[in-house]
Design a binder for this molecule. Structure first.
Ligand SMILES: NC(=O)c1ccc[n+]([C@@H]2O[C@H](COP(=O)([O-])OP(=O)(O)OC[C@H]3O[C@@H](n4cnc5c(N)ncnc54)[C@H](OP(=O)(O)O)[C@@H]3O)[C@@H](O)[C@H]2O)c1
Length: 239
């Protein structure tokens, strides 16, 4: 099976300018990967890219504004990355949000926002990226689900539905790449609470939360495994 050093790889990280996504971006860019960070707020993306590139002394992070709910914007993102670099080696489906509401008070607007962002958007993005990974005989797809994709919580029913759904979709995707023999791995993160406010290495996470650096370290570990290793759901949370 084809292998490739991280320094020769191209990654797309949705939501890569903030929180967990930013920690992933810093880790991959630090290993030499070119990372396209994509979400709605262009200024947030641009600042993150500038800061990380300045720290590394090299242009490795590239901002791209897009809304994962819009198919045309998904195709534009994938088209731009392929035009520039020909490959997409790593796709990290990290963008996501929750709209707090109960099963009784839930609104159409709330569940549409959550499902379109956390689930439908991911399926559309994977559909656009996967054929290129298959043609290039190399790829990793990393999905950020949640402990709310394993357990139900009354205050976020649509979020739970989307994150459970994401794991189901990922299992189908893994079965697809197995059946087609594609050199594409599919990993899922199922984090509990991750502190995305106290993110500096010297800062302590709030009680009950893990430091975001543990997400980045686990990503790098998962990607370092042999190409034939199947690592399914990574349950990671504070004790
Ligand atoms: N922090 C936790 O405790 C925790 C626990 C379990 C799972 N998670 C999951 O981890 C992932 C990252 O969350 P986080 O905690 O790091 O929070 P975050 O900083 O708010 O990250 C969410 C990212 O999603 C992007 N996003 C939201 N809507 C989007 C859209 N329509 N199109 C494109 N991008 C969109 C946001 O960027 P823009 O606003 O610029 O679009 C943002 O960068 C999420 O999927 C979340 O569900 C987090």
């Amino acid at each position: 099976m084809k292998t490739k050093p991280l320094a020769d790889q191209i990654a797309i990280i949705t939501g890569g300018g903030t929180g967990i996504g930013r920690a992933f971006t810093e880790a991959l860019a630090g290993a030499g990967t070119k990372v396209v960070i994509a979400s709605r707020r262009e200024q947030v993306l641009r600042s993150a890219a500038n800061e990380i590139n300045a720290t590394l002394g090299s242009e490795r992070v590239f901002p791209h504004a897009f809304d994962i709910r819009d198919r045309a914007q998904i195709e534009a993102l994938v088209g731009d990355v392929l035009e520039r670099w020909k490959n997409i080696d790593v796709l990290i489906n990290n963008s996501g949000l929750a709209v707090p509401e109960t099963a009784e008070a839930i609104t159409e607007e709330g569940w549409d926002t959550v499902m379109d962002t956390n689930l439908r958007g991911v399926m559309q993005l994977v559909r656009a990226v996967l054929p290129h990974m298959c043609t290039n005989e190399f790829g990793d797809i990393v999905n950020v689900s949640s402990q709310a994709g394993k357990h139900g919580y009354a205050d976020v029913p649509s979020y739970c539905a989307s994150k459970f759904g994401l794991l189901g979709y990922a299992e189908a995707l893994r079965d697809h790449v197995r059946k087609t023999g594609a050199n594409v791995r599919v990993f899922n993160f199922c984090p509990g609470l991750v502190d995305v406010e106290n993110t500096r290495p010297d800062q302590m996470p709030r009680p009950g939360f893990i430091h975001v650096c543990n997400m980045a370290r686990t990503l790098m570990y998962a990607l370092s495994l042999d190409r034939n290793v199947v690592l399914e759901d990574i349950n990671i949370y504070a004790r």
